[in-house]
Write a protein that binds this ligand. Structure first.
Ligand code: NAP
Length: 311
């Protein structure tokens, strides 16, 4: 805790999402004081910058919370070390590369008595709460997810995203699954998956999933990174009492075509408010359902070879 009553926080992995969202949200909020950064190349002005993560943990014992904004591949090791050193940990999505790592982090955090917050930023989008409330008491007949974006536009130069553990098109697709598992009650299962791999890459550029709700309603999802025109992040839910549409990644909501909620970009400020609340209440929040659906899609996945991807 700093003299101003804020929780001292360090950020690891100064890349796109750290600069676009985390740093502005931490600085505009009143809960945290950004006190250090750990990154091999990136730096944050006005705070102590470390290249070596172990050196940071040893040197800055005054910093009680760490926000991990690195790619998932290196997050488990960083999270384990921070938890063992008694720090509260915020994980960018996806929380880890495997379910095993994710569950291990939860066990370690419980043993250490620290807060672990596995964030799903899309769950903080404006329309997700009203959509969840609207669906209460209705019978879902079918769900369609269309998540199509241009990888060159949203992930330029991110080599890690194509490597083993990088998630490929599931990096954005898991955001849709995080909304799906928030608004639909009960366990969702994956029945079939078709994964399209560019011949020169380790991760899929597109995926088609067939899933079911706990009540047996069909869910289809199309994730595609080859979308060059309009970008689409929509979830359509047909019920016995009307049609719900979530658009723009959960920012906008329509019922039977009529707008109900219009988005303001508050996802990351909501995340940091929740992290502070969890720390103050001595709680953790780590729901791994979206990661489990991705893992199941890979387990069920039929491989299809498609054209090489040249950035
Ligand atoms: P990024 O631009 O590549 O930044 C990640 C940073 O992590 C890198 O700049 C790098 O900084 C550091 N890093 C540490 N170990 C690394 C490694 N082995 N390989 C690559 N970088 C490493 O990625 P990002 O877009 O910010 O994404 C980071 C995480 O945020 C991902 O899990 C992603 O799913 C999530 N996210 C991204 C977005 C988005 O719009 N981009 C949105 C929401 C969530 P140094 O080189 O300085 O160490």
């Amino acid at each position: 805790m700093t003299s101003t009553g804020r929780i001292a926080l360090a950020l690891a992995g100064v890349g796109k999402i750290a600069r676009d969202q985390h740093i502005p949200s931490i600085e505009s909020g009143s809960d945290f004081a950004l006190a250090a950064a750990i990154s091999r190349n990136g730096k944050i002005d006005g705070v102590e910058n470390f290249v070596d993560y172990d050196a940071f943990l040893a040197a800055r014992t005054d910093i009680t919370a760490v926000s991990l904004c690195t790619p998932p591949e290196v997050r488990f090791d960083m999270a384990k070390k921070a938890i063992k050193a008694g720090r509260h940990v915020l994980l960018e999505k996806p929380p880890a590369t495997t379910i095993g790592e994710a569950e291990a982090m939860s066990v370690l955090a419980k043993e250490a008595g620290v807060t672990l917050f596995a964030t799903w930023h899309s769950r903080f989008a404006d329309a997700v709460k009203p959509a969840t409330e609207w669906l209460v008491g209705k019978t879902i007949k079918k769900i369609e997810i269309i998540w199509k974006e241009d990888v060159r536009r949203w992930h330029p130069g991110q080599a890690w995203i194509w490597e083993a553990g990088g998630f490929g098109v599931f990096d954005p697709g898991i955001n849709a699954l995080s909304i799906l598992t928030a608004i639909v009650p009960g366990a969702i299962t994956v029945n079939h998956a078709k994964l399209s791999f560019p011949s020169n890459r380790q991760q899929p550029i597109a995926a088609s999933l067939a899933m079911s709700t706990a009540e047996g309603a069909p869910i289809v999802a199309e994730f595609d990174w080859r979308q060059e025109g309009p970008q689409t992040w929509d979830i359509l839910v047909e019920t016995d009492a009307g049609k719900l549409q979530l658009s723009k990644g959960g920012a906008e909501m329509f019922v039977d075509g009529v707008a109900v909620a219009t988005g303001h970009d508050r996802e990351y400020s909501g995340i940091y408010q929740r992290f502070a609340e969890l720390i103050r209440n001595g709680q953790s929040d780590a729901d791994y359902q979206p990661l489990r659906l991705v893992a199941d899609a890979f387990l069920r996945g039929e491989r299809h070879d498609v054209d090489a991807f040249i950035e």
